[in-house]
Design a protein around this ligand. Structure first.
Ligand code: ADP
Ligand code: ASP
Ligand code: MG
Length: 451
């Protein structure tokens, strides 16, 4: 079995939609399982819709959502009126369901409503892509991931539950494969143990693909997107970025975690657990070899493989005069953050203070209130991270010195610096307005000129 995930641009543009058919036909004997994102821009519109209460604003958003699908249908099924009719019916039915959900929702809270609303992007795209493949003679079938990815209950960013998901995937997907059907599964969404729709976080369809690959033990997980693979930096920003032919799981996880949008940060976890290679490929250039992500990566010379950045990373400084005297102080802090669904990416501690960067902002106000009961806190915005990623990165002894020279030359004040024990990533917290200046310099110095 082969999991093939097609992202937003890939399921939207006519050339890449045609490529999906070519690829599926080409790989039929490897038993493809498709995972698809919503059409480009649809999830953003649905997020807005979930926060809108005014009727006329809702109608405007419905119109915009409809028009994007309308254009898709008229372009992809241009020559076939029957297919257009079927596709319009399907879109209208889903939009009617969505209207009903918004008008009569009995859902307990706004977050739950949000997840149910945004799930419609993938519901519609998976139905359209199945219809398109069927019209090309493929025995395809839409599958809603609510029947195969079973998640925790956190709306907005749930995680999958291992045993329940494996069981559900086997029950839902394997019989289809045995019958020679190509499942077209909604990315991004799942359902919690009581059947309520959840999402895996923005950009989460990559993660869906990895979860499904893991659950059915596929031979490979392919992430089809709009660039040739993983580059040494975002190729839309750094024009001479290099395509990386191969990355270790660790390297890929680090660069996704520290800002490379090409992969959702959690994609690697399930793949590495089941030792399944992940390949990142371009739907607009289907014969390109892409980037392969797997175990081995000989990088003992500490070559910097990639520069990544995140423009906005909130910082939280926590001070307490008697920190070291009180046992379990850090534990207390992390318990409060975890309880409020806030995760931490970087940490530095001194005798009287702890600084952390916050990765997801859950219930921040509640967390601050609780922390303020036993410490003083400062929540600071205006900073971001820049990171250098590569196995054995610290083996290059001159690296730190060169880094500091560069920061001095650009008068960049580094707020925090961290490198992990795994010797794979150096990350610096710097003012957001410096990132645009230093990223190209870092790339030139550590990648273009060093390789
Ligand atoms: P999809 O809709 O297929 O999931 P995304 O927009 O989420 O696509 O991710 C692909 C984009 O990721 C590329 O268009 C590129 O601009 C961006 N990107 C950021 N960092 C990198 C990187 N290091 N290598 C490749 N692409 C990157
Ligand atoms: N459609 C979702 C989003 O835009 C998931 C994805 O594309 O991966 O976030
Ligand atoms: Mg993506």
């Amino acid at each position: 079995m082969l999991v093939m995930k097609f992202g937003g641009t890939s399921v939207t543009k006519p050339d890449s939609v045609a490529a999906i058919n070519t690829l599926v036909q080409r790989e039929l004997n490897r038993q493809p399982i498709l995972v698809v994102s919503a059409l480009s821009g649809i999830t953003d519109l649905l997020v807005k819709l979930s926060h809108t209460i005014l009727d006329y604003e809702q109608e405007d958003l419905f119109e915009q959502i409809f028009m994007k699908h309308d254009l898709w249908i008229k372009t992809i099924f241009a020559a076939n009126m029957d297919l257009q009719t079927s596709a319009f019916k399907l879109v209208h039915d889903y939009l009617d369901q969505l209207r009903e959900l918004l008008h009569s929702h009995g859902l307990v809270n706004q977050l739950q409503l949000h997840d149910s609303v945004v799930s419609f992007g993938e519901k519609i795209s998976s139905a359209l892509i199945s219809l398109f493949l069927i019209s090309n003679g493929v025995n395809a079938k839409q599958v809603l991931a609510t029947s195969c990815i079973i998640t925790t209950k956190q709306f907005g960013g749930a995680d999958f539950i291992d045993a329940a998901t494996k069981k559900a995937c086997k029950k839902t997907i394997l019989p289809l494969i045995e019958q020679g059907v190509v499942p077209v599964i909604t990315g991004f969404i799942g359902a919690n143990t009581v059947g309520e729709t959840t999402i895996l976080g923005r950009g989460g369809s990559d993660y869906s693909a990895a979860i499904i690959g893991y659950a059915v033990q596929s031979e490979e997980i392919q992430i089809w997107t709009d660039v040739n693979g993983v580059y040494s930096a975002d190729p839309r920003v750094i024009k001479d970025a290099k395509l990386l032919k191969q990355l270790s799981y660790q390297e890929a996880a680090e660069l996704a975690m520290f800002g490379a949008k090409v992969l959702h940060p959690r994609t690697i976890q399930p793949a590495v657990r089941a030792d399944i290679p992940v390949r990142v490929l371009n739907t607009f250039n289907i014969d390109n070899v892409g980037t392969i992500i797997a175990h081995a990566a000989d990088n003992s010379d500490g070559t910097v493989k990639s520069v990544t950045w995140k423009k906005a990373v909130p910082l939280l400084n926590i001070y307490s005069a008697d920190m070291f005297l009180s046992k379990g102080f850090l534990q207390k802090i992390f318990a409060v953050l975890a309880k409020n669904n806030i995760s931490v990416n970087m940490l530095s501690a001194s005798e009287v203070s702890v600084s952390v960067t916050l990765d997801t902002i859950g219930k921040l106000d509640e967390a601050l209130q609780e922390l303020n009961k036993f410490a003083k806190t400062d929540y600071i915005e205006g900073f971001g991270t820049v990171s250098l990623v590569g196995e054995q990165i610290m083996n290059k002894h001159s690296l730190m010195q060169e880094l500091f020279n560069l920061f001095q030359a650009t008068s960049t004040q580094v707020q925090m610096l961290s490198y992990s024990a795994s010797n794979i990533n150096i990350s610096m917290i710097v003012p957001t307005d410096k990132i645009g200046e230093i990223v190209p310099l870092l790339h030139t110095k550590f990648i273009t000129m060093s390789n």
